[in-house]
Each structure stands twice: as structure tokens, then as C-alpha cells.
Design a protein around this ligand. Structure first.
Ligand SMILES: [Zn+2]
Length: 401
């Protein structure tokens, strides 16, 4: 049993309680929170913060070898560069490359991440990850002639990940997007997710190109599809796509161009959204309207996406970017929501039993220090986001990592 005492204990519980000079007692799970708890406490020092460890809901570690290979600034140009460099980047990311990516996340206080795996190449590097992994086997493919082969490949990858399931490694599924997956495949995979109660992720309405393609079969995606797939028609309407995920635990990634009806539908089926502000900025697609997302009562997480569209996997940097990009929202209240986004909300999206300091939750915790004391408790989330890049300690299931 370990007992930590911090100047600020940020619980992330329902009432957003921040406790001063409080203690947290835990083994693998959190046992008690409060004052004068039994046992000897370890005091974390002046201006110390103890809070739930962060959760990065959406990454593509397969692309971690990318630094300057991919072309930023325009979505379709970037996508062409991904197609062009994909194999090369995958082949050059081996043990050390994955280790470095995980190390960066660990230093920034991430205890768990959602990995989108398109190839299965990453499995051997991630199955023994020191951080918790929710492993999203991704399906991509629209050509009816190869749908069966695609599905078989997906099933093989899924089976392998299911055989590795343990308390720190959870399999899941991902449908790449409404424009890149055949509806027959979508249905099959959603059915599997329902039967096995697996979380789902799908990219949705990331770019204006996707908007005009799905609405009218026009725009830059028309040329793109003709060039690569000889496919001249979108296969599904956006609302139909969302509707398919009813009665599942689904997170739609990006949603920058989701319209009001689509946000309403996402809210209605109780799906979530993952916001990746740096990726959106680098691909120059604009920003998610977080105020609308809130108005529709949709819970959102913030994630780094992969190094295919980011320069870093540090989640504190990512929420700081969100804070600075989302200029329509008051920084004090936005900061509170952003901390929720990378803890409690993220835990729900990934079906994890962490993300808050509450009795019975996994003891996945981080400790760090603020540069000075903060008198106004209401402003603590903002100060944390402004002043934190790395953490001092990361605990996962009560063990120091
Ligand atoms: Zn992504």
C-alpha cells in the first residue's frame, strides 16, 4: 500500500474536486482519498500536484519514424504523401522507434493510449508496452473485388490481438472512415464489436474534401479516388454512417466538418469525439467547433494522433495547443474541460477503469510540481496546462513506471 500526499490533489471526480494537502492511499486500485489516512505518507513537496495519469485516445505509432517525410499544409497533398511514404515509414519503424514514441508519452504522464493499427506490424512491439494499450485493429478498403481478402486479413489480426488480451492490453476495432471502407465491411466489423463489446474508432469529417465527396461526390477526393481506386462514387451518406454505430462504444475522430445534424446524431447515439488540434492545424483543415460539441452534450477527448500529422506525442503540449487554438472559449473553463478530455472522458472512450481519483479506480496516477503556489483553485487546471510538459512520476496499477 502506498500513501501519497500532495499540495493539490486533482481528483477529476464528478464534482471536479481539487483537495488541498490531501492524501491518496492505493495498491493496484485507489483505496481512499482524504486526510490523516492510516500509514506513513510520502509528501510530494511544495506546489506538488497529484492527479490521474493522462490517456491518449488516438495514435498511429506505425508512423513514428516520420519527422520530415510527409507534406503538411493541405489534406489531399498530405494523404498522397502518406500513400507514397507509408511502406518506407512502416519498415523504418522497429523496436527503438516504438520505444522512443512510448518513452515520450510516458514522460508526459500518459498511462494508456489507443493505437490504430492498419498493418499489425506494431503488435510485436506493443504487446509488452509499459503503458496500457487499447489496440484498434483497423479496416480500410472499398474495392468489392478484395473485400473478402481484406476481411480475412482483419480477422487474423483481430484474433491475434484477442489472444494477447490482459489487464494492460485490450483489443478493439477501427473503421478507417466513411470514404475508405465498403459498407459491407463496416457492418461485419460493427457486428463483431457489438458481440465482443469492443470499443470502436472511426475518422469522420476531417477535411472539406471529405465533406464535398460524401455530400456530392465532388471535389479533390473525386480526382484522388479516380487516380488510386477507379472509384467514382461515395458509398455511404454521412448520417447513415453514424447511424450504423448505434448501441456501440464509438469515438469519431476529428469531426471538424461535421454539420449540426451529424453532431445531433452523434449525441443521440451517445458516441464520442476525439479532437486532435495539432493534426488539424498541420493539415490545415481548421478547428473543431468545441462549443457546438458541448452544446450537443457530446463528451470529447483530446489526442495527439500519430507522428504522421504531429511533431510530438506529448499530451500536455496537445491540450496546450487546444487551449490556444480554441479562441472562442474562455481559457479558465476550457482548461477544466481539456483536463477532463485527457482523463475521465478518454477512459470512457477506451473502456478503461481509470481517469479519476476515486475509490476502486485503477491507481494510474501522475505527480509533478507547479512553479509556484496557486491561490485560486478554479484556475489550477489552466496553470497545470500552461506549466506542465513532463511529470515527475507515473504510476500504473499502483506501480511506479
Ligand atoms: Zn488518425
Amino acid at each position: 500500500m502506498i500513501k501519497l500526499k500532495a499540495d493539490y490533489v486533482v481528483t477529476m471526480n464528478k464534482n471536479y474536486e481539487i483537495l488541498l494537502n490531501a492524501e491518496v492511499l492505493f495498491d493496484k486500485k485507489i483505496k481512499e482519498i482524504g486526510y490523516n489516512l492510516p500509514g506513513k505518507s510520502i509528501y510530494l513537496g511544495k506546489n506538488s500536484v497529484l492527479m490521474p495519469a493522462l490517456i491518449n485516445t488516438h495514435t498511429h505509432l506505425e508512423f513514428s519514424a516520420n519527422k520530415t517525410s510527409l507534406i503538411y499544409g493541405d489534406f489531399i497533398t498530405w494523404l498522397e504523401s502518406v500513400i507514397d511514404k507509408r511502406e518506407e515509414l512502416f519498415l523504418s519503424c522497429k523496436g527503438d522507434c516504438y520505444k522512443k514514441a512510448i518513452e515520450e508519452m510516458k514522460k508526459s504522464g500518459i498511462c494508456a493510449f489507443g493505437e490504430i493499427s492498419s498493418s499489425g506490424n506494431d503488435l510485436k512491439y506493443l504487446k509488452h508496452s509499459p503503458l496500457k494499450v487499447v489496440y484498434f485493429n483497423e479496416i480500410i478498403g472499398t474495392n468489392p473485388a478484395v473485400v473478402d481478402a481484406m476481411y480475412q486479413d482483419f480477422l487474423n489480426r483481430l484474433d491475434e490481438s484477442l489472444s494477447l488480451e490482459n489487464e494492460n492490453f485490450k483489443p478493439a476495432v477501427s473503421i478507417h472512415s466513411p470514404y475508405s471502407v465498403h459498407p459491407i465491411l463496416m457492418d461485419k466489423i460493427i457486428q463483431i464489436a457489438k458481440e465482443k463489446k469492443l470499443p470502436i474508432q472511426a475518422h469522420f469529417m476531417e477535411s472539406p474534401a471529405e465533406r464535398s465527396w460524401l455530400d456530392k461526390g465532388e471535389g479533390p477526393f473525386k480526382l484522388f479516388f479516380e487516380k488510386h481506386f477507379k472509384n467514382a462514387k461515395p458509398l455511404i451518406k454521412p448520417l447513415e454512417f453514424i447511424e450504423k454505430f448505434k448501441n456501440t462504444n464509438t469515438t469519431f475522430i476529428h469531426c471538424v466538418y461535421a454539420n449540426e445534424k451529424e453532431l445531433e446524431k452523434i449525441s443521440e447515439i451517445d458516441a464520442k469525439i476525439a479532437h486532435c488540434p495539432v493534426s488539424n492545424r498541420l493539415l490545415n483543415v481548421g478547428k473543431l467547433d468545441l462549443e457546438k460539441v458541448k452544446n450537443y452534450k457530446i463528451d470529447y477527448s483530446v489526442a495527439t494522433d500519430g507522428l504522421s500529422s504531429n511533431y510530438s506525442l506529448n499530451l500536455f503540449k496537445e491540450i496546450r495547443a487546444a487551449l490556444l487554438i480554441q479562441t472562442d472559449l474562455h481559457p479558465k473553463y476550457l482548461a477544466k474541460d481539456l483536463l477532463k478530455a485527457v482523463t475521465v472522458n478518454a477512459a470512457k472512450e477506451l473502456n478503461l477503469n481509470n481517469g479519476s481519483i476515486e475509490i476502486g479506480k485503477d491507481a494510474d496516477l501522475i505527480t509533478f510540481k507547479l512553479p509556484e503556489s496557486v491561490n485560486n483553485l478554479d484556475i489550477i487546471p489552466l496553470q497545470i496546462i500552461l506549466h506542465t510538459n513532463e511529470v515527475n512520476e507515473l504510476y500504473i496499477n499502483g506501480g511506479k513506471i
